[in-house]
Design a protein around this ligand. Structure first.
Ligand code: FE2
Length: 339
């Protein structure tokens, strides 16, 4: 009998604590695929006693899902790795305005949403990783120059269906127009070292394998390779150098990882707490030291691994343009020879 009583008591306790946890939840729809997120989410759960549920998929799939689920959508926050997709969610009327100052007063003004719908988490640049044994740094200048004949059979980059490349081309459309972008896209293909394949890290590995000399990649992948547990990857990361294009003109293309509060969010208060947490000094420092992205909180300095590349001029294009020009950029890629 005593045994049954004990079991009963334990069951009541378990259901109470479960209920508490169930009351405090936060549901994320996220495109991000990095280990650092998981670690930071766990920290947030512990500090706030709020359970985080994550659904991962591509940004387009998540946006479709939010639209289909409508008022029944359980998600509070949409996280993407591209301002363009947050712009898309905004223009589909899915996001609610958030007052930046209520989230964090130290966000870098260069990477904010001027319309007030999304909050940046980190930023990254699409840089040139190059083989210093094959490339004199003085030969490198800007994205536009990559169509120069001197780069024949030397350029490595992934396919044109990749969102990072689509964002880069969107910025080229914004700066130079559609005809220029199509011409650039067709001509750069003639300089490719191989048919586009693999992810950003694979392009850097291909430099070290001698397949090509210059890779267009996101900056943090070099940091991730240099700090990898795999000794071969560490060697790969250390064998290449990083060049920020367009420093003498508009600055290097950047994009943000960011988040938007969903209009139908069932747990708005928790969502705001989470946004405050991810932009806090603690989380920003954690990001830069573990994912090697750039912090958006101006109190925090980049990690040593990427700080050695120095400060760089960033393209001041309104990041929403990466969404506004996206459809055109995708059409141009489809018309061009870049597969
Ligand atoms: Fe990535």
């Amino acid at each position: 009998m005593r045994y049954y009583f004990l079991l009963f008591t334990v069951a009541i306790f378990a259901s109470c604590s479960n209920q508490n946890k169930q009351n405090e939840v936060l549901n994320l729809y996220s495109k991000r695929h990095y280990k650092v997120d998981k670690e930071l989410f766990a920290q947030f759960e512990k500090e706030n006693n709020i359970k985080i549920n994550v659904v991962k998929a591509s940004s387009d799939e998540l946006i479709e899902r939010i639209k289909t689920e409508g008022e029944n959508c359980p998600a509070d926050i949409l996280i993407t790795v591209d301002a363009g997709k947050l712009y898309k969610a905004t223009s589909e009327n899915l996001l609610e305005k958030v007052i930046l100052n209520e989230i964090n007063q130290n966000i870098d003004s260069r990477v904010i949403d001027k319309n007030g719908f999304w909050i940046p988490i980190t930023y990254r640049s699409r840089v040139l990783a190059y083989n210093p044994k094959k490339v004199d740094v003085n030969e490198l200048s800007n994205y536009e120059d990559l169509i120069n004949e001197k780069w024949k059979n030397r350029i490595l980059v992934r396919t044109s269906t990749n969102a990072y490349n689509q964002a880069l081309l969107s910025s080229i459309v914004a700066h130079h127009g559609e005809d220029f972008a199509l011409d650039w896209s067709n001509k750069i293909v003639t300089n490719f070292a191989r048919n586009p394949k693999g992810n950003d890290r694979d392009q850097i590995r291909a430099i070290v394998a001698g397949i090509g000399d210059v890779a267009i990649v996101n900056s943090y992948y070099v940091g991730l390779l240099r700090s990898s547990e795999d000794s071969l990857d560490r060697k790969v990361g250390e064998s290449v150098k990083v060049f920020f294009p367009n420093q003498k003109d508009r600055g290097a293309h950047i994009n943000i990882s960011g988040m938007g509060l969903l209009k139908n969010a069932p747990n708005k208060e928790n969502a705001i707490k989470f946004m405050q947490f991810l932009t806090s000094d603690y989380a920003q420092s954690y990001y830069t030291n573990n994912s090697y992205e750039y912090p958006v909180n101006t109190n925090i300095k980049p990690s040593n691994i990427i700080a050695e590349w120095g400060e760089f001029k960033i393209d001041s294009l309104d990041l929403n343009e990466l969404g506004i020009k996206r459809t055109k950029a995708v059409e141009i890629f489809e018309k061009s020879d870049w597969n």
